[in-house]
Design a protein around this ligand. Structure first.
Ligand code: HEM
Length: 437
């Protein structure tokens, strides 16, 4: 009896300890989340702060006019106009990767690529390559210190983060001013143009400070998430050659895998991409098993009940994307990488609205999801049609989840170009060596 009593006390103590840790974890991570967004903006920024959600401060309330502007930025028409530029940025990057004699660190290079995409395509800045490289270094310093404690001491992470933000904002201001001068009277063709023009249409001309904060937040939202997903995509194509081959077959069938690599510089269209069903399945499966963001936060606006538990108004709650994907009953062999689960015949994601949510869910779902998927699809098409790539380490690296999902060593991969028969183009010295053997 005494023994049972002790067991009960110990079980209650464990439960209490668990509750305290969960509450603490929630409170700390919520603070970090808020800090993360607050760090992207200047104190004087007047952009709306979210109500009822700890989502993206740029947008704030769901019915806000900025949401309507964002729907334009990511509309079908806008995506069609970004597509050739995205393709060119990716083609340039893959050429550079293939010309490197050494293996590259995929995660690091994917970060550089998404930064480039955000600056060149989304913001339409035509800054010289060296300035872009410098801006990227500063940006990395900024991102590395976003989660630091807000203690403003010399050499502290916080001070370094603030300094990096100031340099970035200076660079952004210069680029925005140049852009405003060049684009006056022209049709708009990138997200920043749309942001500027549409806010005017809503009678809310944005100040320079708001534009700088807004652009920094846009880069921030696009950067780490898309780099994480791009790295996972490359890793899965390496791990599953049969999937890559099937992808190549699909491209070949659609006339997209020509001799001499892909001659289709800047010629992909949205409808061509949406016709590639297997490609869609591959991207979906990468996003299911390797979702870059673990979850999100919400403030409860109205008391509600979930599975018999009452969740009171005013509480902060967290939803987990990763756990949802791991436990959703709709997915068979949940840990297996199997793009065909999304094929028309199986459509595992079609049963139930909230089993598959790599881009979040509800009214605060990711605004850039179509752009992100488009980017990943173009990357996969270009990889399949113009590159061969090999893992440069003996085994695949472990995956870490913080701050976003990525391989611990960044994933070391050697890239080669492809000749007209889809064979590797070896660097000259290697080609000579193999010719003499
Ligand atoms: C693979 C890449 C991406 C993933 C996995 C991703 C994921 C997410 C998730 C899960 C959320 C919701 C967070 C929450 O519930 O509070 C979110 C929000 C958001 N994302 Fe993305 N995202 C990606 C790329 C992008 C890109 C490229 C952009 C645009 C440039 C973008 C812009 C946004 C914005 C503006 C929000 C806030 C929406 C709001 O609060 O109403 N994302 N993203």
């Amino acid at each position: 009896m005494l023994f049972e009593g002790l067991e009960l006390v110990s079980a209650l103590a464990t439960l209490a300890a668990c509750l305290v840790s969960v509450t603490l974890l929630l409170a700390v991570s919520q603070q970090l989340w808020q800090l993360r967004w607050a760090a992207t903006r200047d104190k004087s920024c007047k952009l709306p702060i979210p109500k009822g959600s700890m989502g993206f401060p740029l947008i704030g309330e769901t019915g806000h006019w900025l949401l309507q502007v964002f729907s334009k930025i990511f509309s079908h028409e806008a995506l069609e106009s970004y597509l050739p530029k995205i393709q060119l940025v990716i083609q340039d990057t893959l050429r550079a990767w293939s010309s490197q004699p050494e293996a590259i660190n995929v995660y690091q290079e994917a970060q550089r690529l998404t930064f480039r995409m955000a600056v060149r395509v989304l913001l339409g800045f035509s800054i010289p390559e060296e300035d872009l490289a410098h801006l990227f270094e500063v940006y990395q310093q900024f991102v590395e210190n976003v989660f630091s404690l807000p203690v403003d001491l010399p050499f502290s992470g916080y001070r370094r983060g603030i300094q990096a933000r100031q340099i970035l904002q200076k660079g952004l201001e210069k680029a925005i001013r140049e852009k405003l001068q060049c684009t006056q009277g022209k049709d708009y063709s990138d997200a920043l143009d749309i942001l500027i023009e549409s806010s005017k249409e809503h009678g809310k001309e944005m100040t320079m400070q708001e534009l700088k904060d807004g652009t920094l937040e846009l880069i921030f939202a696009a950067y780490a998430t898309t780099a994480s997903a791009s790295t996972s995509l490359i890793m899965q194509l390496l791990k599953h050659p049969a999937v890559l081959e099937k992808l190549r077959e699909e491209l070949r069938a659609q006339g997209l895998l020509h001799s001499g690599g892909c001659p289709c510089e800047g010629t992909l269209r949205l409808d061509t991409l949406s016709g590639l069903r297997y490609l869609d399945c591959v991207i979906k499966e990468v996003m299911r098993l390797f979702t870059p963001i673990s979850g999100g936060y919400r403030t409860v606006l109205q008391t509600f009940e979930l599975d018999g538990f009452q969740i009171p108004k005013g509480w902060s709650v967290m939803y987990s994307i990763r756990d949802t994907h791991d436990t959703a009953p709709v997915f068979k062999d949940v840990n297996v990488f199997d793009p065909d689960r999304f094929s028309q015949a199986r459509s595992e994601d079609k049963d139930g609205r909230f089993h598959y949510l790599p881009f979040g869910g509800g009214v605060r779902t990711c605004l850039g999801k179509h752009l992100a998927k488009l980017f990943l699809k173009v990357l996969a098409v270009e990889l399949a049609s113009t590159s061969r790539f090999e893992l440069a380490t003996r085994t695949f690296p472990r995956i870490t989840l913080v701050p976003v999902l990525h391989p611990v060593d960044g994933l070391s991969v050697k890239f080669f170009g492809l000749d007209s028969n889809q064979n590797k183009i070896l660097p000259e010295t290697e080609a000579m060596l193999s010719a003499t053997v």
